[in-house]
Design a protein around this ligand. Structure first.
Ligand code: RP5
Length: 162
């Protein structure tokens, strides 16, 4: 039987300095009762560990990967190059970013054949929601929670006009 307990999201980031941003993905996954694991894997500083992580991701039970990095942000694309799981990229405005565009474009402008679903700069919350939506395509319980979440968003805007 498919349920949210059998899906797991892998959240990875290039450095501990990305953690504060990436925690937003973990928090929203917790709201949807979706399991996740979080770790630091660097494309440039631990390339072999990154490849091992990406190659084993499916067998280790992951359903979706969320990868965040700043500056010359190669982590999401490199993980996507060897994994058939959907990869969601979070560009991060890090200390070594010029202005954030460097990270956005490094993650966004992937060549044909190797997609990375890129969210907004520092948009880890949306990465978590998108991961939930992917899981919600086959897990009715998550789909139901997403529907409630969207209804709350709608109600909040409606309240602005009262
Ligand atoms: C990137 O370099 C990381 O994803 C991080 O955003 C940035 C800076 O890393 P630290 O120098 O803070 O470790 O690879």
């Amino acid at each position: 039987m498919i349920n949210s307990k059998s899906s797991k999201v892998g959240i990875i980031m290039g450095s501990n300095s990305d953690r504060k941003i990436m925690e937003a993905a973990a928090e929203i996954l917790e709201e949807f009762d979706i399991q996740y694991e979080m770790s630091v894997v660097s494309a440039h500083r631990t390339p072999e560990a990154m490849m091992e992580y990406a190659k084993n991701a499916r067998d280790s039970g992951l359903t979706v990967i969320i990868a965040g990095a700043g500056g010359a942000a190669h982590l999401p694309g490199m993980v996507a190059s060897v994994s058939t799981l959907p990869v969601i990229g979070v560009p991060i405005k890090s200390a070594n970013s010029i202005d954030g565009w460097d990270s956005v474009l490094s993650i966004l402008q992937m060549p044909a054949g190797v997609p990375v679903a890129t969210v907004a700069l520092d948009g880890a919350k949306n990465a978590g929601i998108l991961a939930a939506e992917i899981i919600g395509t086959f897990d009715d319980s998550v789909a139901g929670k997403l529907e409630k979440y969207k209804n709350v968003l709608t109600a909040k805007v409606q309240e602005m006009n009262l």
